[in-house]
Ligand binder design. Structure first.
Ligand code: C2E
Ligand code: CA
Ligand code: CA
Length: 780
C-alpha cells in the first residue's frame, strides 16, 4: 500500500470511528437508535479489520502470510459474533439476546486465533521458541486469573445465579484476553525496529479489546450490559487498531531473520511478574478446587518453562558459536576457525605423523568485478567461488574465507597430494562464473605449503605464511596459477601484487579508474584499436627468420603504450579474451596478407588464452579469418601454456585436434614452467615447444638450468617436435643453445618485437649478430 493511500485509509477510518464514538457517547436519537448504530458500526468495524488483514495476508509470504491469515480468521470470527448479536438486537428486538449465545462462540474464537497470529508473526529473532511464547502467555493469564479470582471474581461467581457454563464463558473472556495481551507484550519486547510499529499497534489493539472485555464481564455479571455504551466504543477502537496494524503490516512484508540475539531482560522477567502475587493469593486463600487446579497449572508451567529455557539457551549458544566461527557471506570457516583447526592438525601431526598442508587461494583482480558489476554481484561471485573450492576438496578438509577474496584450505593426509589439490582448484576456475547475467572468468593464484618430514618444529603460523608467500609468487608469475613454497621465496609487500583489501577504499581509489579502463578496453577491441607487434623467431641453422610471434599492444589515449601485462588481466576477468584473441588474429592475418603481397610468406604465431581451448567454436572462427585473408592455415601457430592442459584435457584435446585437422600448428608456450605431468606430450598433437625464459636466462651461470635445457631439447627432438628457446638476450646464450641443437631462438638479442611494417626488414641472424656486438639492441 502506498503511503498516500495508507494515509487516506487511516483518515477515513479515523473519521468514521469519531462519528461512531460521538454518536454513542452523545446518545443521539434515544436508546434504540444508539443500539442500532452500535450494532451496525461494530459489524462495519469487524468487516473493515478482517478485510485489511486478508489483503495483507494475500500480499505477504511465508510465515508473515500465515500470521495475517490467522488474524483474518480471528477477525472473521469476531465479525460473525457481531452479526449474530445484531440479528438478535435489530431483528428480534433489543433485550432479547441470551447469554451465552452463538455470538460468544465467535467472540471467543477471536483471542485464540489472534494468539496464533501473534506467535506466527516472524519478528526477526532466532533462539526463542514459539511454545515458550505461548507458555509465557498462559502463565501470566493463569496468574492474573488467580489474582482476580481471589480479589472478587469468586464472590461474583457465588453470588451470580448464572449457570456454570454462562459463568465459564464470561470468565473465559478476560483470561483469553490476558493471555493474548501477554503474548503481544512479549512479542513487542522481541520485535526489531522494522516491525515494532506493527507489533506496537497490535499490542495496543489487544489491550483496548481486553479492557472492553473485562468491563463487559463485570457489567454483565449483573446483567446490566446494553448495546451502545463505552464498551462498544472500546471494541470498535480495538478492531480499527487491528485494521491499522494490518495496513502497516502490508508495508513491511519483507522481514528477514537476522543474527541471533540474546533475548531482552523484559522478555525474560515479564511472565514472572504476576506469579509471586498469584502465589501469595493462593497461600492466603482457603484453597478452593479452582485455585488448586490453577496452582498446579502454574507449577507445571514454571517447570516446563525452565526446561524450554535451558534448551533455548543451548541452541542460542550453538548459534552464537557458529556465527563466531563462520564467514557470514559464504558460511565457510572464518580465519579464527581455520587457525584453530590448523593448530590442531599441526599438533596432531607430531603425534601420528599425518601430512598437513595449506593452500592459499586468492582471486586475481576480484575488485574489478566488484567495481564494474557492483558489490551484490561481487558477493554472488564469492559464494560461487566458495562452492567451487568446496567441491574440489574432500568432506573433511577445511575451507575458509580468510579475507575479502582470499580463501584457505587445510588438507590433512588423503590420497591426493596438496599440489594435485591445488591444480584441481585452479582448474575448477576454467569455466566462467555466471553472475548477474554476465559470464565472469576468474583466475585464482594458489600457493601451496606443506610440512615436510624434515621440519619438526614447523608451526601453524609459518605454514600459513609460507602458503601466502607461494600464492604471491604464483600471482607474480606471468600466467598466475599454482606455486609451491620454496625457501627462496621472499615475502614481498602484498600491496605490490594486490591492491588494499578494504573494499571501499579500493573502490574509491581505483574503482572508477578500473571501470573506465575496462570500458576503454572494450571499445578499443570493438573498434580494432589494439595494435600488434611481431617478434621474429630465427632458425638457428640458417640464421633466417622462421616466423613471427604476434604480441598485442594498446596505445592508450592518456596512458601511452600499454603492454599485455597491463591490460590482459582486465580482459581475462571480464570475458574479453575471446574478442581480443580474434582481434589479434584478425590484425595478424591482415599484416600477413601485406607481407605476402610484398613477396614473402611469413608464418605467424598467436597466443591463446588457455580457457579458450574449451570453446568448440574457436577453430572454425580462426579458419574463417584465415580464409577471408586468403591465407592457408599452415602459416598459423597457436601458442598455449601447458598449465591449462592439466584439467579439462578431454575438451582441450577435441579443440586441439580440430585445430590440427585444419593444419594449424600447436606450440606449448613457457614449456617447463608449469606443473603438468609430461604425459600430455605423448597424448596431444603438439608441433613445437617453447622453452621458458626462466631456464634460458640463467643457462650460462647455472649448470642445472643448462642441464634441463639440454634434456628438454633432446626430449622435444625425440618426440619429433620443434624446439624454440625464448628470451635469448645475448650472443653467448645463443651460441650455447646452438651447441645443444636448439632449432629456433627468439629474444631481444635476435630482435625485439617490431611493427608489422618492419618485419620484412629484419635482417638475418648472422648479420644481426655482427651488429649486436657493436651496439646493444633494446626492445622497442
Ligand atoms: P609470451 O608469450 O611468453 O611472450 C613473450 C614475451 O617475452 C613478450 O612480452 C616479449 O616481448 C618478451 N620477450 C621477448 N624477448 C625477450 C627477451 O629476450 N628477454 C625478455 N626478458 N623478454 C623477452 P610481452 O609482449 O609483454 O608479452 C607478455 C605476455 O603476454 C606474453 O608472453 C603472452 O603470454 C601474453 N600475450 C601477449 N600478446 C598476447 C595476445 O595477443 N594474446 C594472448 N592471449 N596473450 C598475449
Ligand atoms: Ca607466446
Ligand atoms: Ca613464452
Amino acid at each position: 500500500m502506498s503511503r498516500s493511500r495508507l494515509h487516506l485509509a487511516l483518515a477515513v477510518c479515523g473519521l468514521a470511528f469519531a462519528v461512531f464514538a460521538a454518536w454513542l457517547i452523545g446518545g443521539w436519537g434515544g436508546p434504540s437508535t444508539v443500539a442500532a448504530v452500535s450494532d451496525v458500526g461494530s459489524v462495519a468495524a469487524g468487516v473493515t479489520a478482517a478485510t485489511f488483514a486478508a489483503v495483507t495476508a494475500w500480499r505477504c509470504r511465508g510465515r508473515q502470510r500465515r500470521a495475517w491469515a490467522a488474524l483474518t480468521v480471528a477477525l472473521t470470527a469476531w465479525f460473525f459474533g457481531d452479526m449474530v448479536w445484531a440479528y438478535y438486537e435489530l431483528v428480534l428486538g433489543v433485550g432479547t439476546t441470551p447469554f451465552p449465545s452463538p455470538a460468544d462462540a465467535g467472540y471467543l474464537i477471536f483471542p485464540v486465533a489472534a494468539c496464533v497470529a501473534l506467535v506466527l508473526l516472524p519478528i526477526g529473532t532466532v533462539g526463542q521458541s514459539q511454545p515458550r511464547l505461548l507458555l509465557d502467555g498462559l502463565m501470566v493469564g493463569v496468574s492474573l486469573f488467580v489474582i482476580f479470582w481471589t480479589l472478587g471474581l469468586e464472590a461474583v461467581f457465588h453470588r451470580g445465579d448464572d449457570s456454570l457454563f454462562a459463568f465459564a464463558v464470561s470468565v473465559a473472556y478476560p483470561i483469553a484476553d490476558l493471555v493474548l495481551l501477554t503474548v503481544a507484550a512479549l512479542i513487542l519486547t522481541r520485535a526489531r525496529s522494522g516491525q515494532r510499529a506493527v507489533v506496537t499497534v497490535l499490542t495496543l489493539a489487544m489491550g483496548v479489546m481486553a479492557v472492553a472485555d473485562g468491563t463487559f464481564v463485570l457489567v454483565n455479571a449483573d446483567d446490566d450490559y446494553v448495546s451502545g455504551g463505552l464498551i462498544d466504543v472500546g471494541w470498535a477502537a480495538g478492531l480499527l487498531l487491528l485494521a491499522v496494524a494490518a495496513m502497516l503490516g502490508s508495508r513491511s512484508s519483507h522481514i528477514e531473520f537476522g543474527l541471533a540475539r540474546a533475548p531482552s531482560r523484559v522478555a525474560f522477567w515479564l511472565p514472572y511478574v504476576p506469579l509471586p502475587v498469584a502465589i501469595v493469593c493462593i497461600v492466603l486463600s482457603e484453597g478452593s478446587a479452582t485455585l488448586v487446579v490453577a496452582s498446579m497449572l502454574l507449577v507445571i508451567g514454571v517447570v516446563v518453562r525452565q526446561f524450554l529455557m535451558a534448551e533455548e539457551n543451548r541452541r542460542l549458544l550453538a548459534t552464537v558459536a557458529d556465527q563466531a566461527f563462520r564467514d557470514p557471506l559464504t558460511r565457510l570457516a572464518n580465519r579464527a576457525l581455520f587457525q584453530d583447526r590448523l593448530g590442531h592438525a599441526v599438533a596432531l601431526r607430531l603425534r601420528d605423523g599425518r601430512r598437513v598442508a595449506v593452500l592459499s587461494v586468492d582471486l586475481d583482480d576480484f575488485k574489478l568485478v566488484n567495481d564494474s558489476l557492483g558489490h551484490p554481484a561481487g558477493d554472488a561471485l564469492l559464494n560461487a567461488v566458495a562452492e567451487r573450492i568446496v567441491g574440489c576438496v574432500r568432506a573433511g578438509d577445511t575451507v575458509a574465507r580468510v579475507g575479502g577474496d582470499e580463501f584457505a584450505v587445510l588438507l590433512e593426509d588423503g590420497p591426493d597430494g596438496p599440489l594435485v589439490m591445488a591444480h584441481r582448484i585452479f582448474d575448477a576456475f576454467d569455466d566462467p562464473f555466471p553472475v548477474d547475467g554476465h559470464e565472469v572468468f576468474m583466475r585464482p593464484s594458489v600457493g601451496v605449503a606443506g610440512i615436510t618430514d624434515g621440519d619438526a618444529d614447523a608451526s601453524a603460523e609459518t605454514l600459513l605464511k609460507q602458503a601466502d608467500q607461494a600464492m604471491y609468487a604464483a600471482k607474480r608469475s606471468q600466467h598466475g596459477g599454482v606455486a609451491t613454497f620454496t625457501p627462496d621465496m621472499q615475502l614481498i609487500d602484498q600491496r605490490e601484487v594486490d591492491p588494499p583489501t578494504d573494499r571501499d577504499f579500493t573502490t574509491r581509489r581505483s574503482g572508477s579508474a578500473g571501470l573506465q579502463l575496462f570500458a576503454q578496453l572494450r571499445r578499443a577491441i570493438d573498434r580494432g584499436e589494439l595494435s600488434v607487434v611481431y617478434q621474429p623467431k630465427f632458425t638457428v641453422s640458417t640464421g633466417l627468420v622462421e616466423g613471427v610471434e604476434a604480441l598485442v599492444r594498446w596505445e592508450h589515449p592518456d596512458r601511452g603504450l600499454m603492454m599485455p601485462g597491463d591490460f590482459l588481466p582486465l580482459a581475462r576477468q571480464n570475458g574479453l579474451m575471446g574478442a581480443l584473441t580474434e582481434a589479434v588474429i584478425d590484425q595478424a592475418a591482415r599484416d600477413a596478407g601485406g607481407w605476402r603481397a610484398a613477396g614473402t610468406d611469413v608464418p605467424f604465431a598467436v597466443n591463446l588464452f588457455p580457457p579458450s581451448l574449451t570453446d568448440l567454436e574457436l577453430p572454425g572462427r580462426i579458419t574463417r579469418i584465415l580464409d577471408s585473408g586468403g591465407l592457408s592455415s599452415d602459416c598459423l601457430t597457436v601458442e598455449i601454456t601447458e598449465d591449462f592442459l592439466l584439467g579439462n584435457t578431454r575438451r582441450a584435446r577435441t579443440v586441439l585436434d580440430m585445430l590440427r585437422a585444419s593444419d594449424i600448428r600447436i606450440s606449448i608456450d613457457d614449456f617447463g614452467s608449469g606443473y603438468s605431468a609430461l604425459s600430455y606430450l605423448r597424448e596431444l598433437p603438439i608441433d613445437e615447444v617453447k622453452l621458458d625464459r626462466e631456464f634460458i636466462a640463467p643457462m650460462l651461470t647455472d649448470e642445472r638450468a643448462e642441464a634441463i635445457v639440454c634434456a628438454m631439447i633432446d626430449l622435444a627432438h625425440r618426440l619429433e617436435m620443434t624446439c624454440v628457446a625464448e628470451g635469448v638476450e645475448d650472443a653467448a646464450t645463443a651460441a650455447r643453445l646452438t651447441e645443444h641443437g636448439c632449432d629456433i631462438i627468439q629474444g631481444y638479442w635476435c630482435s625485439p618485437p617490431v611493427a608489422a611494417s618492419s618485419v620484412l626488414d629484419v635482417a638475418p641472424l648472422w648479420l644481426t649478430a655482427a651488429a649486436g656486438r657493436r651496439a646493444d639492441r633494446r626492445p622497442e
